[in-house]
Design a protein around this ligand. Structure first.
Ligand SMILES: Cc1cc2nc3c(=O)[nH]c(=O)nc-3n(C[C@H](O)[C@H](O)[C@H](O)COP(=O)(O)OP(=O)(O)OC[C@H]3O[C@@H](n4cnc5c(N)ncnc54)[C@H](O)[C@@H]3O)c2cc1C
Length: 453
């Protein structure tokens, strides 16, 4: 062990390695219900070359490596389930390039969502990225590694669809580039080379992403969001379909929650609208409020709660921390939009059975192509019984997502098992073959996406 420690010190410097229990403790858990697992070392590299050396060492010594961005994906995805090295990537936080003409940013893997937002606001105010509702310290790389979605999901889809190119250190230490950057200095497109989709959605089990080129989009001068509410959940898919048909919004989220009690059972829409002028804003609002939602208002099925000139991101964490114990976790699932009513009804029933006020939310992805639907469960860290209740509710929600015809987004080990059980066996066999090919010694984030082991 001491040799490994010394080798790690030689690679990254003493101040960037720790084997001290009190520091390793911080790396042993996330915000969710996953049991803590303490790593043997926490290491914070500064370059791809250092990562290369760490992975070569880890292969030689057969030490597991768990990549860590912001650690905010929940579900235990960045928790070192088999110990080994917690690889903290936050030091690699340089914004290497912003290309206004081709609208992309080239980022090191530790760049956070908040960092990119404030950098663009200051230096490139005509550009924005699709920022998730996650806390701002969540990283861009961690987000694309789990197929995240942000507040431009409605027009442009998953954040992982916005990747132009990647630099990756393979588990065996080779440094590879994918996209136009593989053959030129330009990081402007992922296409049209043969598809090697080996790193997005694999939760760090196939390599360490060290650079990401991320698509940026025009930032309109006026940003705002409107609130609309309906009582009948069966109307939600139809309303989403009609709003997406206008192509006038940049974000559409429908949610319902038990707290405050007077709003329980209601379905709130947060509809992001942006424009470059008052005329454009007025036109967009007219298309959505008057021409689309007006009908529901006139029939008495829905009501407009107003329009605010600021970006409003869904903030389930604010309202779902009702147990005041600091714990919360959600199952996110990628679902057909028409399942919203069942997702709501069945999710509410699960919450109530486990004595947890319900919080559910559906965010539209693409032109009603899908939604990310989340069932959120709060618990108190100080009370193991509430942790157990939340964990049971989460597992039931994983089961529910699949039963309703969806797929689980960023599943933890329980959800991964369910997904792999249902997966076409040939696809699963290919996945495992790819993993073994890239990671022959099984060092990369072990415990994740392991079939039959
Ligand atoms: C309150 C709250 C709201 C949220 N809202 C959203 C939302 O609206 N949209 C959304 O998409 N997500 C949301 N999330 C989930 C999550 O926080 C984000 O997706 C976040 O961007 C994940 O990034 P991270 O840096 O925290 O990833 P981490 O948790 O650190 O890592 C995620 C996974 O990727 C691996 N990994 C991390 N970095 C790398 C790398 N460089 N190379 C290879 N593997 C890597 C890790 O091992 C892990 O398996 C929310 C979370 C919370 C707590």
């Amino acid at each position: 062990m001491s040799t490994v420690y010394e080798d790690l010190v030689n690679i990254v410097g003493e101040e960037h390695v720790s084997a001290r229990p009190e520091e390793l403790y911080i790396f042993s858990f996330d915000l969710g219900t996953t049991e803590p697992h303490r790593p043997d070392y926490a290491v914070a590299p500064a370059t791809a070359d250092e990562i290369q050396a760490i992975l070569r060492l880890a292969n030689r010594e057969r030490i597991p490596v768990a990549p860590l961005g912001g650690g905010l994906s929940l579900a235990g995805l960045a928790v070192p389930l088999r110990g080994g090295i917690a690889l903290d990537l936050k030091r690699m936080d340089r914004i290497l390039e912003v290309n206004e003409e081709s609208r992309y940013a080239l980022l090191e893997c530790g760049v956070s969502q908040g960092q990119l937002t404030s950098y663009l606001e200051r230096h490139h105010p005509i550009l924005m990225h699709s920022e998730p509702g996650a806390p701002p310290q969540a990283t861009i790389a961690g987000n694309v590694c789990i197929h995240g979605q942000g507040d431009l999901a409605h027009p442009y889809g998953f954040n992982s669809d916005m990747v132009n190119g990647l630099e990756v250190v393979l588990p065996t230490g080779e440094i590879c580039r994918f996209g136009s950057c593989a053959i030129s200095a330009g990081w402007y497109t992922q296409h049209p080379l043969p598809d090697v989709g080996l790193f997005l959605g694999w939760s760090g089990t196939t390599g360490i992403v060290t650079k990401v080129s991320l698509k940026l989009f025009p930032r309109k001068k006026i940003q705002g969001s409107g609130q609309f509410v309906v009582e009948d959940e069966d109307l939600v898919p139809e309303i989403i379909h009609r709003i997406t048909h206008t192509e006038m919004a940049h974000d559409i989220v429908a949610f319902s929650q038990a707290i405050p009690p007077f709003a329980s059972g209601l379905h709130h829409f947060t509809i992001g609208i942006s424009a470059d002028s008052e005329e454009e804003l007025e036109f967009r609002q007219k298309m959505i409020w008057d021409d689309t939602l007006g009908e529901y208002i006139r029939r008495g099925d829905g009501g407009l709660l107003g329009f605010a000139r600021r970006v409003q991101r869904p903030q389930v964490s604010k309202t779902s921390d009702w147990r005041k114990g600091g714990g919360f976790e959600y199952v996110g699932a990628i679902m057909p939009v028409e399942t919203y009513p069942d997702c709501y009804r069945r999710g509410r029933e699960i919450s109530e059975r486990h004595d947890i006020p319900y919080t559910v939310l559906g965010r539209v992805i693409g032109m009603s192509h899908a939604m990310m639907f989340s069932w959120t469960y709060a618990f108190s860290r100080a009370d193991p019984e509430t942790v157990r209740q939340a964990r049971e509710a989460l597992h039931e929600s994983d089961d529910l997502a699949l039963e309703l015809g969806g797929t689980i987004w960023k599943p933890g080990t329980y959800g991964q098992k369910l997904v792999m059980e249902r997966m076409d066996p040939q696809t699963l066999a290919l996945m495992q073959k790819v993993k073994r090919l890239l990671d022959p010694n099984g060092i990369m984030n072990p415990g994740n996406w392991e079939a039959g082991e």
